[in-house]
Design a binder for this molecule. Structure first.
Ligand SMILES: Cc1cc2nc3c(=O)[nH]c(=O)nc-3n(C[C@H](O)[C@H](O)[C@H](O)COP(=O)(O)OP(=O)(O)OC[C@H]3O[C@@H](n4cnc5c(N)ncnc54)[C@H](O)[C@@H]3O)c2cc1C
Length: 435
């Protein structure tokens, strides 16, 4: 039997402009594409109504259907990577496994382990850069150390891009190099523990007009002023290279947001400890109040601060929240309520369809003040002023908090001026104590 190479889809669920897939298809051997509903990852997402699984299932099923039409297949497993590869190696004479690099600490550990297991059988694991424009040590300071401040990082990023124009990979044009085979079974969602959810996910494209207006509209949550592409960037259903080319054509401000995404991925890669600890260690000395009843009110959007409540209800009902409002609710939780940013981060991780460890952790540490290049600790967003600036007609608030202004709307959980002073005292004490 002829040897094959495997292509392992992970956060890159697309055929077009896929670097690892392109390299696999150019390897000279027929390719067997696989996707795993990884049992280890899924234990972290226990809610049966998690719509992200519907998104993945729909995407994978569509990819499978496309290959089946030409007598090929995408093999889908519900298994741990060890189990899936053991089965694949039994079925095929595997020469090598190809995939795109994933930068999260758990994924790095998984790939190291699987790489070793494969190595013992003489099978190589080849990883490619696909999720970001630059990775590892491509954007570092002249002394080789990573940047921890965004502005110089973004300058270096743009300079590097000017010297290394973006290359695209015509993986889609090479799909006939996939091994012809009969369709295998796709596990149904309920077999892997999830309910199919009726959700309309954001579309995969962005209107150039929206990008041209992005700078003016992006901060107003009532407007349709941002791309809503985050879920697609998260699961790789669009190519970051193609989107970056669009950004270069239409909007520097939008390009900067894509660079923030790259920045936080680099931070997580260089400083994996941020997954559990404050980037600035002194901030782990802050004595959080961690009042559980107040946390529940925050989660449910019942704080009596309408912009905070609108954001949390948008999140609970749609799996999405506008960026401006993410900043406001995160500041409110960590500063007004003095609840550990890790609680909010974990809640977002369960609810956000675009949840991404690097961006979520970066966003939370930014809001709590503990992150690299974070908001200074004494900057406490005033939710009312934020409303006046960014939702002056209360359109966003009224959309998500219909009872706003009536007797049934809760009274504020805390007085703003009181909470602000309390936050400043507690932060100051924690930070001074640790010096
Ligand atoms: C507390 C907090 C938590 C967050 N959690 C996540 C998360 O889990 N996943 C996530 O993708 N983003 C997260 N963000 C960043 C940002 O809010 C979302 O990327 C954005 O709201 C998604 O909407 P959009 O696609 O319309 O964004 P657009 O404004 O259209 O931006 C385009 C893309 O740029 C990237 N991007 C934009 N802003 C940021 C940013 N500040 N940091 C990193 N990448 C950015 C995203 O990939 C986004 O899709 C978080 C921000 C905060 C303050």
């Amino acid at each position: 039997m002829q040897q094959v190479n495997i292509f392992w889809f992970r956060r890159d669920l697309r055929f077009n402009d896929n670097c690892g897939l392109f390299n696999a298809l150019n390897s000279g051997l027929p390719v067997v594409p696989v996707f795993l509903f990884d049992k280890m990852i899924l234990t972290q997402f226990p809610a049966p109504d998690d719509a992200r699984l519907t998104f993945i299932h729909q995407t994978v099923s569509e990819m499978k259907r496309k290959l089946n039409q030409t007598g090929r297949d995408l093999m889908v497993f519900f298994a741990t990577p060890e189990e899936a590869f053991a089965r694949l190696i039994q079925q095929f004479p595997v020469h090598a496994v190809y995939a795109n690099t994933d930068y999260e600490p758990q994924a790095i550990a998984r790939d190291r382990k699987i790489g070793e297991l494969l190595q013992q059988k003489g099978i190589g694991l080849h990883l490619f850069k696909d999720q970001v424009i630059f990775h590892h040590n491509e954007i570092v300071k002249s002394d080789g150390n990573p940047y921890t401040v965004f502005t110089p990082y973004s300058k270096a990023w743009k300079n590097k891009l000017a010297q290394n124009p973006i290359r695209h990979y015509d993986s889609e044009g090479l799909l006939t190099r996939i091994l012809p085979m009969a369709p295998t079974r796709l596990p149904a969602l309920d077999e892997i523990g999830y309910k199919p959810m009726k959700v309309t996910f954001p579309k995969q494209t962005v209107d150039p007009e929206l990008l041209r207006n992005y700078q003016q509209t992006r901060d107003f949550p009532a407007l349709n002023g941002t791309s809503k592409l985050s879920i697609h960037l998260r699961f790789g259903t669009i190519s970051i290279r193609r989107l970056t080319v669009q950004a270069l054509q239409h909007s520097e401000t939008f390009l900067n947001e894509l660079i923030w995404r790259n920045f936080y991925m680099d931070i997580l890669w260089h400083f994996p400890q941020v997954e559990h600890n404050a980037f600035k260690p002194a901030y782990d000395k802050i004595e959080w109040r961690n009042n559980e009843a107040e946390f529940v009110r925050w989660c449910n959007g019942e704080t009596g601060f309408p912009l905070v409540d609108a954001g949390m209800r948008e999140l609970n009902q749609t799996g999405y929240m506008h960026n401006r409002v993410r900043m406001v609710v995160a500041s409110f939780l960590t500063k007004h309520l003095l609840i550990d940013w890790r609680w909010g981060e974990a809640y977002f991780a369960q609810k956000l369809h675009d949840f991404d460890l690097a961006a979520n952790n970066g966003g939370w540490q930014w809001a709590s003040g503990s992150g690299c290049d974070a908001a200074p600790y004494f900057r406490v967003f005033n939710p009312d002023l934020q409303t006046q600036k960014f939702d002056p007609d209360l359109k966003y608030i009224c959309r998500w908090v219909p009872e706003f202004g009536s007797f049934s709307y809760p009274r504020p959980l805390v007085d703003h001026a009181f909470a602000r002073n309390r936050a400043l005292e507690v932060y100051k004490k924690g930070l001074n104590d640790s010096l």
